[in-house]
Ligand binder design. Structure first.
Ligand SMILES: [Zn+2]
Length: 513
């Protein structure tokens, strides 16, 4: 009987295998597709139906997407009593896409002359209420991510996502596409958030209203997935749409807010609508595109709230080991250091700000005569809020002066949670990157000699460059001005200055799947 039972079990497992195989394959998938919808047209009622239909066609296919909802869109759905649309969207990730999107001033317009801190406060003031409304109307605790309207990007927005409740599992996420900041066309950490941005050749989409676009779009997404597996063992593909693209002839905001126009609410116009046949055909083609993507081997769909688990920050989670800190300090203490950048050790990425914080904490402990306990916690720091002062003429510092400077820096980062823009040596201010070279040298000296350089003193860096700032875009006429909603010729160079200072926080996001 026993052997028959065993055979029966074997048969059962064998017969069940074909069912299990696709599941096993899905678990091994190495390419993730994040499909996100900027859900923003609060003027054309047909957009409500387009949102619902998209949410439902994805749910029917057991796919989940990320719907970045504008505050006014959520309030409009509530006002129109479209609880059916709200319920359909809720089956997906509900995220945020600004309070009014294109009503002036847009985020880059009102942040154009701001610094870091006043800019963060202004972003919270203008956009926080809309985020609350989206959370309330969709009954969600946190919004899965934020992404800016058009090209209205600013680092201050990224730095305060947690404050406005955009932080799945406590990790702020930013998902959009643009050129302002990027790192190798892959996800990255910046200003305390996990960013999917400037994905370049890993961002794709199919033109919805051109029947001839379907086959090339399918081939393109297949080729991206194959390349990612071949080059990197996998990765992330970003695909975005707006539900209104299925139903409108022209973007709702271009009709009203083009090139700085700001009509009062009473005069807002709905955009012209497409004939029903065109909308139908676009939905059919999109279904075909989705079916193609989900049939690809080693490809799975993810949402914004999945990102923190796929790209965990090992440094923030577990801190720095002694070996890592020694390696970081040794690189920075090398003679003639010209620049600081993120350092990657195996799957652990340390931003310049991480290195600054860790070495300041470590050397402060040694000054206090305490034994270091590893792993050393790596707290989140923002970049400086102002440009650094000029480098000091004489780089040599006696030990007591440097000791007091280090303790002052420790107090600053503990109180302000950011890298100081000026590090004080008595009355003199020195650039934080030049100080970083010195604090690394002090740590490295201690490792080699078992004591701090109390008689030798330390040498500051000399015009050490923040290399990660090279990943911030240059100010060009098209960077902000390319969006039809911004005034003709609109430029925001100060936003990019603030962005370069926040490059202290830039580092690659390391994939674990
Ligand atoms: Zn948008």
């Amino acid at each position: 009987m026993k052997s028959i039972q065993r055979f029966g079990l074997f048969l059962l497992v064998y017969l069940a295998l074909p069912v299990w195989l696709p599941l096993a394959a899905a678990e091994q998938s190495r390419v993730a597709v994040i499909l996100w919808f900027d859900t923003e047209d609060y003027l054309l009622p047909a957009d409500d139906d387009a949102c619902k239909r998209l949410a439902e066609m994805l749910t029917e296919r057991h796919l989940r997407a990320t719907f970045k909802v504008v505050g006014e869109k959520a309030r409009t759905l509530e006002r129109r009593g479209r609880h059916d649309v709200i319920a359909a969207l809720r089956k997906h990730d509900v995220a945020y896409h600004a309070n009014f999107h294109s009503v002036h001033p847009t985020p880059s317009e009102y942040l154009a002359e701001c610094g870091l801190l006043d800019g963060m406060a202004e972003f919270v003031r203008r956009e926080g209420g809309g985020a609350n409304d989206v959370r309330r109307i969709f009954s969600v605790k946190t919004l899965a991510c934020y992404g800016q309207p058009g090209s209205s990007w600013a680092p201050q927005a990224i730095a305060c996502l947690k404050q406005i409740g955009v932080a799945p599992q406590g990790i702020p996420c930013y998902v959009d596409e643009g050129d302002h900041v990027g790192l190798d066309q892959k996800p990255f950490w910046y200003a305390g958030a996990l960013n999917v941005y400037k994905m370049g050749r890993n961002c794709t989409r199919m033109e919805l209203h051109d029947p001839a676009a379907v086959e090339p779009a399918k081939r393109k997404v297949s080729a991206i997935a194959e390349r990612l597996v071949k080059e990197d063992g996998g990765g992330l593909i970003s695909i975005y749409y707006h539900p209104c693209e299925w139903v409108h002839r022209e973007f709702w905001d271009g009709v009203n807010f083009r090139r700085g126009a700001n009509p009062p609410r009473e005069q807002w116009q709905a955009p012209p609508q497409r004939p029903a046949e065109e909308t139908e055909a676009a939905f059919r083609r999109f279904g075909e595109y989705l079916d193609h993507i989900r049939s690809l081997p080693r490809v799975r769909f993810v949402t914004a709230s999945d990102l923190p688990a796929i790209y965990p920050d090992a440094v923030r989670q577990t801190g720095a080991s002694e070996q890592d800190l020694e390696a970081i300090a040794a690189r920075l203490a090398a003679p003639g250091l010209t620049g600081v950048d993120a350092q990657v050790i195996e799957h652990r990425a340390y931003s310049a700000a991480d290195q600054f914080g860790l070495l300041t904490v470590a050397v402060s402990q040694l000054i206090a005569g305490r034994k270091l306990r590893f792993p050393l916690a790596a707290k989140e720091l923002l970049g400086p809020d102002q440009a650094p002062p000029p480098a000091r003429a004489n780089q040599h510092l006696d030990w007591p002066a440097f000791r007091d400077t280090t303790l002052d820096v420790l107090n600053f980062i503990e109180t302000q949670q950011r890298v100081p823009s000026r590090v004080f040596v008595g009355a003199e201010a020195v650039p934080p990157a030049d100080y970083l070279a010195a604090v690394a040298a002090a740590y490295d000296f201690h490792r080699r000699n078992g004591k701090l350089p109390t008689s030798e003193g330390v040498t500051l860096g000399n015009h050490v460059e923040l290399l990660s700032a090279r990943h911030i875009a240059q100010d060009t006429p098209g960077l902000f001005g390319g969006w039809i909603i911004h005034p003709e010729g609109f430029r925001a160079p100060k936003i990019l200055e603030v962005a370069r200072l926040q490059a202290w926080t830039l580092k690659p996001a390391m994939r674990t799947d």
